[in-house]
Write a protein that binds this ligand. Sequence first.
Ligand SMILES: Cc1cc2nc3c(=O)[nH]c(=O)nc-3n(C[C@H](O)[C@H](O)[C@H](O)COP(=O)(O)OP(=O)(O)OC[C@H]3O[C@@H](n4cnc5c(N)ncnc54)[C@H](O)[C@@H]3O)c2cc1C
Ligand SMILES: *[C@@H]1O[C@H](CO)[C@@H](O)[C@H](O)[C@H]1NC(C)=O
Length: 409
Amino acid sequence: MSSTSGIAIIGAGLSGLTLALALHRQNIPCTIYESREASLDIGGALMLSPNALKVLDALGVYKNIAPLGHHFEKLYFHSDDDTPVDDFDFGSQERHGFKALRIYRYELINVLVSMVREAGIPVEFQKKFDHVVSESSTSVTWAFADGSTASAKLLVGADGIHSRVRKHLYPDLTPKFTNMIGVSAAVPRAQLRAEPDYPLPVTIMSPKHGAFVIAPQLADGSEVFIGKPKRLQEEYDRAGWDELLNNKTWCVDFLREGSADFPPIVANAVSNIPLKGINLWPFYVVPKLDNWARGRVVILGDAAHAIPPTAGQGVNQAFEDVYTFAGIVAKVQQKKQSEDDKEDAVRIGKALKNWQLGRQARVDRVLDLNDKVNKRRLPDAVKAGNFEPFDMDWLYDVDFDQMIAEWAN
Ligand SMILES: Cc1cc2nc3c(=O)[nH]c(=O)nc-3n(C[C@H](O)[C@H](O)[C@H](O)COP(=O)(O)OP(=O)(O)OC[C@H]3O[C@@H](n4cnc5c(N)ncnc54)[C@H](O)[C@@H]3O)c2cc1C
Ligand SMILES: *[C@@H]1O[C@H](CO)[C@@H](O)[C@H](O)[C@H]1NC(C)=O
C-alpha cells in the first residue's frame, strides 16, 4: 500500500476477508495480504451461531450463504443407550433471529472472496508478512518475506492461531497444545439408517470412550459429519500433524474404536468411511493476552484468542471482533480534525483498549461456558441428568452497534 491512509490486513482467512467487508461498509480503504496462493481452507464445515450471523447479515453476506448450508436449532446430547439427556441452544429464528447454520468453510470463503472482489478491495496473494520495520505517529511500515516493504495507517494481524504479526507484540509466545485432537469424516446420512425424526446434530456420550458427534451438513442435510475427540500426549510439528492426518488407517481405526459400546447409529456411521473427507484438528489455545494492540499494530480472530471448540464459538467470536473493530475505527475517524491531528493516535489507542477489554470480556464468558459444558459431559453428570438450559441470550442477542458506541466514547 503506497498510501498510508488505509488499513492493511494480514491474512485472507475468515477474519481478514470479513474485516475487509466491514471496513468497506464504513468507507475505510484497506488492502489484504495473504501468504498463500489462496485463502487457507482447512477443510470441513463450521457451525455459525446467531451472534456471528448477525454480523454476516449486516455485511450482506448472510443472504448469499444461507442457501449453501444446513440450518438447525439445537445440539442434542444422548447417553450411551441413546437416551436424550441434554440439549444446547445453537440458534433459533424466534428467540435469536437466526437458526444456526452449518456450512463448509470453502463455501463461506468463496462467497467472501467474491464479495471482496466486487467491492474492489485489493487482495495480494503470496505476500507473507515478516516483521514490523518502523512506526511513526501516523503510520506503520513492515517487511514481507520477499524483502519488499509497505506502509499503512494501521496493520491488522488476521493471520490465525500461529500469527506472525502477534510476534511483534509477543516475541516469545507460542500457542499451547491442549493434548486434545478431533478426528472426523463425512458420510451419507442414509448410512446412519436412523429414523427421519432422530434428533440431529447429536453428541453421544460414552463413559468409556467419550463423545461421538454426528452433525448434518450440505443444504439438504444429506451428508453428516462424524467425529470424536481424543486425548493425545505427544505434540507434533506441522509435518508430524500432516503425517498423522494422512495416516488414514489410523484415523479410521480411531473413529471405529469402541463403536460397539455406543448405540447402533454409531456402528452404522463408521461402517463405511470415505477417506477423502477425513480431517484431524489438534486443539491449540492462545493464553489470555494483555494487549491485542500496540501503537499501530493490532491482532484479532484466532491470532488474539484461539478458543477450544466445546461451545462451537471459535470462529463466531472472530466475526464479533472484526465487526466491532471496524465500527470503532470509523467512529474515531469521524472525530479526526485534520491530517496532522495529534490527538488522533491517542484516541485510536484509547478506543482500541476499550474494544479489547470489551471483546475479552465476551471471550472470557465463552471460555466459562466451555467449562460448564465440559462438566455436564462427565459420566457422573450425564448419569444424574436433569439439566437446566444454558442461558444463551447474552451470547446470541447482542447489540454490536451499541457496544461500538460505548467503546468508542
Ligand atoms: C480442522 C479445523 C476445524 C475447525 N472447525 C471449527 C468449527 O467447526 N467451528 C469453529 O468455530 N471453529 C472451527 N475451527 C477454528 C476456526 O477454523 C478458526 O477459529 C478460524 O479459522 C479463525 O479464522 P482466522 O481468519 O482468524 O484465521 P485462519 O482461518 O487461520 O486464517 C489466517 C489466514 O492468514 C494467512 N496467514 C498466516 N500467516 C500469514 C503471514 N505471515 N502473512 C500473510 N498471511 C498469513 C493464512 O494463510 C490464512 O489464510 C476449526 C479449525 C480447524 C483447524
Ligand atoms: C499409521 O499409524 C499406525 C498406528 O500408530 C502405525 O502403526 C503405522 O505405522 C502408521 N502408518 C504410516 C504409514 O505412518
